[in-house]
Design a protein around this ligand. Structure first.
Ligand code: ADP
Ligand code: MG
Length: 728
């Protein structure tokens, strides 16, 4: 094994950078492999074009005849680019993307064949795919699963395959994927927000949710990564002593990008351009060999698809450059982990960003309405927002003094805090003309167009307002953004719906003027959601205490955090907003709880294997060398040998202690696993894995990492942190 490690290091270090020529401007490549509006204009008949556009813009159904025209145009377009296959591309609840390729090729008898792609093949497929997680949905009645075309996310070519973004649902239409509930949530927020916009501008007909994600990742030499079974099987290192130099000097953050990594990025960006993913920003992150990539924000459904696609493309491009991309939230102990900030906002079809403070008091009132309703939605659903970021892998990152804590709070900055305070102070009930003027000019009119403290942001906040959008920072780097986006848009939709009911009641019942009614309800919201606002240090223990006093949840462990997903309140909210039925929500919960158990189970098995079969034998081998050395010294020095072998003897003892520790704890861990496996209830089983099995991971690691420091470097079988993190 040691040979493997050294070969791997040598191979990695001898790689010379290859510079890729960029022949074209990015803008010329952009969307070249996407069946976008431009391609549709060229390939579709007028009827088909109008049909697809009205499906995209207004959710209109596409009839069979139009579908036939679209499919044949898609085929023609794709074959012109060397495509031979097509696939329905979807996002099952495994977290990855799924595809099953079919050739256009079909035989027509008499030894002849043609290329075919018909409307029904575009619109719907039955890929079987019965092995994807379904949480019981497919046992109950009909096992069939269907994929159905989502025309709002354009088809694209990847390699030689035409990929058609689809939803994945059961025979009875229950969601089996991430996209279906997201589309429903986006629809819910559109309906609720459009109704509110009409208070301010009757012309608004549609509100869309936007998402700009920021993807963090590690880039590790492929051969080095392959030499670590833990990285290969769990995505993170389960052991490994910290490198003497880590991120202490902050010399990686925003530093010059190593040339090999830069080549990978350029290649990746070219792929992204072709696929229409508008990537814009790249930089080094805090930890060594950690990087970030961010696009220009897009409509949320498209942005989610693009992030899922990106995660897949990254792996493939990395492989070409002899890299392995690590998307895990915490691949290495002792240095920062990776997140995926979700920047979110709402905007109208009239071109207004509803979370951008406008120039006039009136647009400021609209801004305040959406701003305060979002805060209230987060306040009322903080536990659910925490839950949506919970996973076995994100548990290693959240609350580790580098990422937001497991307590959800909202940071809004000093200026807006002052505005809310003044608004809260306005007297109850109807406003006198003076108060009205005062309010408009002094409170609402005071919000500057550009918020000064949007640059001076609080990095410790899990949910921060950053000038013209909220930034949800607790999301993990492996997450499918559909999850947080579904929750956020649903809770805001529900909140806006309730807001409208309250405002209308005041207008109708008490003859309040519209503005007064809005002010009155907003003022109450500020009071009732004040507890969620926090401007201080989210990492401090004081905040933990303070948050507890405020009644905010602090669910550090995933099995505890997930529970709220099946609370009556959440089940009813999803149902009321038409996002998920109770059956769907419960199925998803079950899948997530099971996934947690399996992840910890795998980690525990892998660590047991590495510690028992790699670390211990190596330590024994080295210990034997020491023993041989001691007996040699005895032969030379006779009775005097102890004076010369003191340190060796100490080392021999210490090695024995750690070997003993490893064996003892592996046995205990296996017993804990056996016990947990017998538990029938899946929640209790997950709890047992969390509380009884998982603690052994750290305990066993402790002994292994100590041994790493003692054993001869030449013998050590696992590639070390310094090699993984500092090979460029
Ligand atoms: P950071 O300092 O957190 O890295 P940036 O200024 O680089 O932040 O922007 C972060 C992300 O926010 C980008 O992906 C950008 O596209 C996105 N963003 C900007 N405006 C909006 C918006 N209105 N809605 C959603 N995302 C947005
Ligand atoms: Mg950010």
């Amino acid at each position: 094994m040691a040979i493997l490690r050294f070969n791997a290091v040598e191979k990695a270090e001898s790689r010379k950078p290859v510079f890729i020529e960029e022949v074209k401007k990015r803008s010329e490549l952009f969307g070249a492999n996407v069946f976008n509006e431009n391609a549709m204009r060229q390939y579709l008949t007028r009827d088909a074009f109008v049909g697809v556009m009205s499906a995209i813009e207004h959710g209109k159904k596409i009839d069979r005849k139009i579908a036939d025209q679209v499919s044949s145009a898609m085929k023609e377009w794709a074959m012109g680019k060397g495509v031979t296959h097509y696939t329905h591309w979807f996002q099952p609840l495994t977290g990855g993307t799924a595809e099953k390729h079919d050739a256009f090729f079909e035989t027509i008898g008499n030894g002849m064949a043609v290329e075919k792609f018909e409307g029904n093949q575009l619109v719907q497929q039955e890929p079987d795919a019965s092995s994807f997680p379904h949480g019981g949905i497919r046992n109950t009645f009909e096992a069939r699963g269907y994929t159905a075309w989502d025309p709002t996310s354009p088809a694209f070519i990847y390699g030689t395959t035409l990929c058609i973004p689809t939803i994945f649902v059961s025979y009875r239409g229950e969601a089996l994927d991430y996209k279906t509930p997201l589309l429903r949530a986006l629809n819910a927020v559109d309906t609720a927000a459009t109704a509110i916009c009409k208070y301010f501008d009757k012309n608004v007909k549609k509100v869309s949710s936007s998402l700009g994600w920021e993807q963090e990742y590690f880039l590790i030499d492929k051969a080095l990564a392959a030499s670590r079974p833990d990285l290969a099987l769990t995505g993170r290192t389960l052991l490994g002593h910290s490198s003497a130099k880590g991120q202490q000097l902050d010399d990686h953050y925003f530093g010059s990008i190593p040339s090999r990594a830069l080549n990978f990025m350029r290649d990746l960006e070219t792929e992204c351009m072709l696929l229409g993913i508008p990537v814009k920003t790249r930089h080094n992150e805090v930890a060594p060999n950690q990087f970030e990539l961010a696009p220009i924000y897009e409509e949320a459904n498209l942005a989610v698809d693009h992030n899922s696609l990106l995660m897949d493309v990254m792996g493939r491009v990395a492989s070409r450059h002899n890299f392995k991309v690590l998307l895990h939230e915490k691949p290495f102990a002792g240095v920062n982990g990776s997140g995926k900030h979700n920047n979110w906002s709402l905007s109208t079809d009239t071109g207004v960003n509803l979370l951008g403070p406008g120039k006039t008091p009136m647009s400021n009132l609209q801004f305040l309405t959406f701003f305060i309703n979002t805060i209230k939605a987060v306040h009322d659903n903080e536990e659910l927002l925490r839950a949506v970021t919970a996973s076995a892998s994100n548990d290693y990152r959240l609350g580790a003094n580098e990422a937001p804590p497991a307590i959800i709070s909202v940071f809004i900055g000093q200026q807006l805090s002052e505005v809310l305070e003044e608004l809260e102070g306005v007297t109850d009930g109807k406003l006198s003309p003076e108060e009205k003027t005062d309010l408009k000019l002094n409170v609402v009119g005071k919000i500057p167009d550009v918020l000064l403290d949007n640059t001076d942001r609080n990095r410790t906040s899990p949910f921060a307002f950053t000038g013209n959008k909220f930034e949800f920072r607790a999301v993990g780097s492996t997450a499918n953004c559909a999850n947080p986006m579904t929750v956020l848009n649903t809770i805001v939709a529900k909140q806006l719906k309730d807001f409208k009911i309250e405002v209308d009641k005041l207008i109708d019942g008490k003859n309040f003027k519209k503005d007064e009614a809005i002010f009155n309800v907003l003022r109450e919201y500020i009071k009732s959601s004040r507890n969620i606002l926090f401007e201080g240090n989210g990492y401090g223990v004081e905040w933990e205490k303070e948050a507890k006093k405020r009644g905010l949840s602090n669910n550090i462990k995933t099995p505890d955090a997930l529970k709220v997903k099946i609370s009556d309140k959440v089940l009813s909210m999803y149902e009321e907003m038409g996002v998920m039925s109770k059956v769907e929500t419960k199925a998803r919960y079950e899948i997530e709880v099971e996934e947690y158990t399996m992840r910890i189970q795998i980690e525990s098995r892998v660590l047991g294997d590495i510690a028992g079969n790699h670390v211990v034998p190596t330590a024994v081998f080295y210990q034997n060398m020491l023993i041989e050395n001691v007996s040699g010294l005895k032969t030379i020095f006779g009775n005097d040998f102890e004076a010369h072998a003191k340190e060796q003897i100490k080392l021999i003892k210490r090695i024995s202690e750690h070997i003993e520790g490893i064996h003892y704890k592996i046995d205990k861990m296996i017993n804990a696993r056996k016990k947990a496996n017998k538990i029938q209830n899946h929640e209790e089983r997950a709890s047992a894995y969390c509380n009884k099995v998982k603690p052994f991971l750290d305990e066993i690691r402790y002994h292994c990492d100590k041994l790493e420091l003692m054993v001869d470097d030449k013998l050590w079988p696992l590639t070390k942190y310094r090699e993984l993190l500092f090979t460029r």
